[in-house]
Design a protein around this ligand. Structure first.
Ligand code: SF4
Length: 369
């Protein structure tokens, strides 16, 4: 048996660790590329969302590398995610790949379901070994996300553009290679220190919150590296979802992460009272929370044709909490020049807005003296 799994940001790094430690034969498909997207788009039914197309491309590329057991997240819900696996299985069969897709039903069985699946893949490895491998994979995932959070801050204010991205790429390789807790800790601390020491340009960055559908939030290829582009424009981003948090939420919901989710749903309540599938409910709640926390603006990422995010997009302008929102629809037709033009215009608007607010505050202070 050879295992393959589609990409979602940096998730492949801890998964490699987990499989390596449990002697599971696995392949990591090539990182998302134009080829992945063309393959996915070519073999997807018309109108499907970009997460389907990219994961379809990943599965085909993993099958080409000999993977015969493909892992795909699935689950219940109101959106199309629920039937991804059935269609993808059919496409692979039509293309002549004899692979089986194992659906990761993390929504229903959570932590237990995941561990049971790992036990099967590892040919019945002892539970102690599985727990130890899982724990180390999770530690790696947390370290990756802590470094990424630091990168999001430094990109916006670095004097020499591209420094944080270079350090980030090197840190991912080093974290990937770390094979024990001591090395992992050391690598993380080393890169955090290097990021801290990056020379700054002394500007006060705009702060933009990023919300939307979880795949396009977490997979930079699907959003044309939006965060990096915003960093070049001097914007610090705050993304609502990280893979480590999502993993905790998906696997341990009930005693970890629940209060954060409840807070977001509570914030959305005046405008939408129930789950509409995908992350639509959360997008609305996060808009409300970002506005309360005085961010400069929000970028809402939505896969083209994604119904939950279309609903969220239409509700957002009607909320009492006012904050500029730019919705970007992600699909294979999205081009970088078009996206950059929209980002530049949005950042320009946010800068003027901030300037206006600062002028108002200054004149208010002068009058009260
Ligand atoms: S939330 Fe939207 S983009 Fe994501 S799987 Fe569902 S329909 Fe597709």
């Amino acid at each position: 048996m050879r295992v393959g799994i589609p990409h979602l940001g940096n998730l492949y790094i801890p998964l490699k660790t987990l499989f390596r430690r449990l002697n599971v034969d696995y392949v990591v498909p090539p990182l998302n590329s134009r080829r992945t997207l063309s393959l996915g788009a070519k073999y997807s039914p018309e109108g499907l969302c970009i997460p389907f197309k990219l994961t379809m491309g990943n599965l085909i590329e993993a099958a080409e590398l000999g993977a015969d057991t493909l892992l795909m997240p699935g689950g219940y819900g109101i959106c199309r995610l629920g039937y991804y696996v059935r269609i993808q299985e059919q496409v692979l069969r039509d293309l002549g790949h004899p692979a089986t897709i194992v659906e990761l039903g993390v929504s229903e069985r959570k932590f237990l379901g995941f561990l049971e699946m790992v036990k099967k893949l590892s040919n019945n490895a002892p539970w102690t070994k599985i727990f130890a491998a899982f724990r180390f994979g999770l530690a790696k995932l947390n370290a990756i996300d802590r470094v990424e959070r630091a990168v999001q801050k430094v990109r916006a204010v670095e004097r020499d553009k591209g420094t944080a991205n270079r350090l980030y790429a090197r840190s991912l390789d080093a974290l990937d290679e770390a094979d024990d807790y001591r090395t992992l800790k050391k690598v993380e601390a080393d890169y955090l220190a290097q990021l801290d020491a990056v020379p700054r340009n002394g500007r006060q960055p705009l702060i933009v919150g990023i919300t939307g559908e979880f795949y396009v939030l977490l997979e930079p290829f699907s959003n044309l590296d939006l965060e990096s582009e915003l960093g070049k424009l001097g914007v610090e981003v705050h993304r609502t979802t990280f893979i480590s948090e999502w993993t905790k939420f998906s696997l341990f919901f009930g005693f970890l992460g629940k209060s954060k989710k409840e807070r977001i749903h509570q914030a959305a309540m005046p405008y939408l009272k129930r789950d509409i599938g995908g992350d639509g409910w959360e997008s609305i709640g996060e808009k409300v929370l970002y506005a309360r926390e005085r961010y400069d603006g929000i970028i809402h990422l939505a896969p083209f044709t994604c119904m939950p995010e279309i609903v969220a997009q239409n509700i957002m302008p009607a909320t009492r909490e006012e904050i500029p929102v730019l919705t970007l629809l992600c699909d294979e037709q999205m081009g970088k020049p078009g996206m950059l033009t929209r980002l530049e215009a949005f950042v320009d608007l946010l800068e003027r807005r901030r300037q206006k607010r600062d002028n108002k505050n200054n004149s208010g202070q002068a009058q009260s003296k």
